[in-house]
Write a protein that binds this ligand. Sequence first.
Ligand code: B16
Ligand code: MG
Length: 220
Amino acid sequence: MHFQAVIFDLDGVLCHTDQYHFAAWAALAHKLGIPFDEAAKDRLRGVSRMESLDIVLGGRKDAFTPAQKQALAEEKNAIYRGFLQGMTPADLDQEVRSVLISLRGHGFRLAVASSSKNTKLILERIGLDAFFDAVADGTQITHSKPNPEVFLLAAQLLQVKPVHALVVEDAQAGLEAAKAGGFYAAGIGPAGNSALADFHIGSFSELLQILQKQPSFPSL
Ligand code: B16
Ligand code: MG
């Protein structure tokens, strides 16, 4: 394997906005009197807003009209964006920041590939809006993860073949998408033990150890 690029998921990988998604869905579920199942949390990772809504509504998903569902999704998004407004560059972990800078210094092309339509805002809030070589997000795709579309778009924008890019994901849906697209994949957090991942990382800096094994990677 020879990596030229690293493609990062956003929510739950580059930053902790996964917790804000959960909190916003929990608030909506509470208002509707629907139990928010802790076990459902990881199923929300990586999938689109409307698919997430169906997971949250569970057995009541057919009790709402499409227009009502649209309104509920917008309500959740308003709560979520309220959390995002409080983010600052201090919400970018030092470890994540230093790994990104190190990879850039070693010549890797770097991209974000997220299902989120809020990607641009989040990258602005954490001070990474001008950092990546490419950003592919939920505003540019038709099919969300586990479809590989967002990763294939990122690879196309970076001008690298999937086989030469390492995807970093916290979601089972994201790992499925990466593998369906022909990428190598590293699982972190809840995806850290997934059988789908080619690499399992406990913390962000372990990425350097994986990529350092390449012949072209100069010693740190
Ligand atoms: P939005 P990722 C995904 O982002 C989240 O994991 C998922 O929970 C969310 O439903 C999806 O983005 C859509 O987000 O409502 O902001 O458009 O993990 O692919 O970076
Ligand atoms: Mg994620």
